[in-house]
Design a protein around this ligand. Sequence first.
Ligand code: SAM
Length: 233
Amino acid sequence: LYLEQPLGAGQGLDLSRDHAHYLFNVMRLGPGGFVAVFNGRDGAWMAEVAEAGKRGGTLICQHQIAPQRNPPDLWLIFAPIKKARTDFIVEKAAEMGAARILPVQTDFTNSDRIRQDRLQAHAIEAAEQCGGTFVPVVDDLQPLSRLLAAWPEGRALIWADEGLADSAPPCPPPPAPAALLIGPEGGFSASERDRLRRLPMVHPISLGPRILRADTAAVAALTLWQSTAGDWQ
Ligand code: SAM
């Protein structure tokens, strides 16, 4: 269970109405029952139900069951596509260890608005389902041009360039700090391609000879990065 509260031995944790409903009605826990909790910063803890009410409740944090584990400093930048596919990208990016997820408007992006709160909830749910201790921040939608104009020094921008699909094998991406950039259904416009090609921090990569759908490309790029530059041993 994800809670936005400090965790530590003996710490009391207040439950919202939604959490109380989930624990006491869905999971059928009562006083004396145990649940694993995390907040994205302090590892995972076992907590005991102290009070169970209809509109809330209290847990008491007992002992740590997993240390905090943060992913490498990798961002995923993507152009939102249809709702279910955008949800998929955020969920998979959270599972695959993206540290930050940044939806961007590109010239061919179909949507001009996203539900940032819904996408953040998907990232939290993915971490909950996979026993993670870290939750990536999902930013609000911003123009790609604005993000490029304020690009942080020292971070490589790995551009999944569909234009390279036919001409180059998949190539190893630079290590963290880095960001992967995936385009929308229509790919990048000629002027975006021109601009990206001229920026010094940009590393264009191929994901292989087949053009992938945007959501598949996000998962493929995350896998390529994690397997060559990531933190697995
Ligand atoms: N129209 C399809 C769809 O419905 O999603 C394909 C979209 S593809 C142009 C979307 C993005 O995925 C591209 O802008 C690029 O970032 C990435 N991509 C897909 N295939 C790729 C490849 N073989 N190499 C590099 N990037 C690729």
